[in-house]
Design a protein. Sequence first.
Length: 122
Amino acid sequence: MVGAPAPTIEAPPEVAVETDESEEDGTLDDSSTIGPDGSEGSGDAERSDGTEEASLDGSLGWNMENLQPTLLWAGLGCLVLLGGWLFGRAWRRVPAYLLTAPVFLGVLFVTFVYLDQMLPAF
């Protein structure tokens, strides 16, 4: 074992990579795209789920209709925390925190639901 030389490892053969002319300038040609059904065509066509890609652009921005409920629920969460802290000072701290924690977590969940609906979908 010690005196035997290690076996030689052969290099793999070179693989030729074909490049598309449209990729040389950094842009892709829409005619070379292949849809999920195997058909070639532009990306503006109807998607497999029945919606057009242009119709999805409106849903990708900020939804400011949910700003007010998000702020209201966040404010309610702050009030619950403040109430729990004051309740803990007046009574025993650990039981007061255990009683207010589920309420706060529920309010926090609803706050994040509205915040998720308000933020853009990327």
